[in-house]
Design a protein around this ligand. Structure first.
Ligand SMILES: [Zn+2]
Length: 192
């Protein structure tokens, strides 16, 4: 409260607050060394992203809507694996810190680029109404024959649907190779 916290302090939160307040106090003293509190007062918009993680960053402002097969079936298990691979893949790219420091993936690969590939959207959605609708459908194609060695996920940008060929995505390294290839060769594999 002494730090300017204006929210309601409930009984459950009191313990946490008591521990947090000295930390905030220290933080504030630290910031004063750089005159930041003054700047924070006058330039609130500029300073906000320094303290509050942006909603627009990274993976989580997109929702995926997988179309799963029956729970318990072998297909369903494959589909769940693929969704996990996707999560890991996006996380790995995000963790690699973007274009500058990227040993595992091609330099130009960013989460934003992947989302762009999946959706055909040049920009991230900004308006809350856009965000609400921003769902990527995930489908799975199980009926590949074994005559060929590689298949790419197909993207339908109209319906914002990505279809993953499950037969070719049994392991994370397969998933990573195929997705990286598909995204880097971009438009060639579009199926509208
Ligand atoms: Zn195939």
């Amino acid at each position: 409260v002494t730090c300017g916290y204006t929210g309601i302090v409930s009984m459950e939160k009191r313990d946490i607050m008591i521990r947090v307040i000295p930390m905030l106090d220290q933080l504030r003293k630290g910031l004063q060394m750089y005159d930041l509190p003054k700047i924070m007062k006058t330039q609130q918009d500029l300073c906000l992203p320094l303290f509050v993680p942006g909603e627009d960053d990274g993976v989580y402002s997109y929702r995926s809507r997988p179309v799963f097969s029956e729970i318990g079936s072998a297909k369903h298990q494959k589909e769940v694996n693929i969704m996990n691979f996707l999560q890991d893949y996006l996380q790995e790219i995000e963790d690699s810190g973007g274009p500058s420091n990227n040993s595992v993936t091609p330099e130009s690969l960013t989460v934003g680029r992947i989302m762009q590939w999946m959706t055909g959207q040049r920009h991230k959605p900004v308006l809350p109404s856009e965000k609400k609708d921003f769902v990527i459908n995930m489908k799975f194609h199980h009926d590949c024959d074994t005559q060929h060695t590689v298949c790419f996920p197909t993207v339908s940008t109209c319906s914002r649907t990505v279809t993953f060929p499950s037969t070719h995505l049994k392991t994370y390294s397969e998933f990573k190779n195929i997705l990286t290839l598909a995204i880097c060769h971009g438009q060639t594999f579009d199926r509208v």
